[in-house]
Every structure is written in C-alpha cells, then in structure tokens.
Design a protein around this ligand. Structure first.
Ligand code: CA
Ligand code: CA
Length: 113
C-alpha cells in the first residue's frame, strides 16, 4: 500500500516536471506575439469597424439584447463590418464578457462615444 502511494507521488512529480518544462520550452520557442492590427486600429466598442463609436454601433447591440451564450442566437452572424467585409457575430457584442447581451453592453458603447 505504501509502495503504491510512493509510486503515485513520484509519477505525479514527474508529470508536474514535464508539464512545467513543456510550458517553459513553448515560451522560449514561440516567437514574440504579434499585435493584431484590427484590435490596435479599432476600439472594441466600434462594432462595425467604421473607425467611430456612434449610434450605429449602439443600434447593432440594441437589436440583440437579451441574447445569452447558451442560446443559438449567440453564434449568429448579425451583420458585416464596414471595412474588411468580416462578419459580426452576436458574441462580438458582449462588451463586458459576461456571456449575455444587455444594457451594460449598450452602456459601454455610450461611454465610449
Ligand atoms: Ca462604428
Ligand atoms: Ca455583456
């Protein structure tokens, strides 16, 4: 019984060492993170990426109010960005990341205007 306990401890330690060294190696080997241009040019509140936060962005969110992550509306394409022709998904509208679209997200647009 004691032997099994000791063996499992040793295995756990080995697994931990492998886990940490692989994370460390990954860190050294991976190149420096590149800055995503779309996030550096546009504010996250600029939903349609027209370089301004205005009532258009507010309207886009207002139409999707009360959609939650657990519902099918969450992954729906609800429009396209002005530049780049990229789809806008309902989940893109979750400004505060609380997994639902509500007044708090609209408020964040209002505050960014
Ligand atoms: Ca906009
Ligand atoms: Ca939200």
């Amino acid at each position: 019984m004691n032997k099994i306990f000791t063996t499992s401890i040793i295995i756990s330690i080995i697994l931990l060492i492998i886990y940490f060294t692989s994370g460390f190696l990954k860190k050294i080997l991976s190149p420096a993170p590149t800055i995503n241009q779309s996030t550096s040019i546009y504010k996250s509140e600029d939903i349609n990426k027209d370089e301004k936060v205005d009532t258009t962005d507010e309207d886009i969110i207002s139409k999707q109010l009360n959609c939650k992550k657990t519902e099918s509306c969450w992954n729906k394409v609800i429009g396209k960005t002005l530049n780049g022709d990229n789809p806008i998904y309902t989940f893109d509208l979750d400004m505060n990341g609380d997994e639902k679209i509500d007044q708090l997200d609209v408020n964040q647009i209002l505050n960014a205007k």
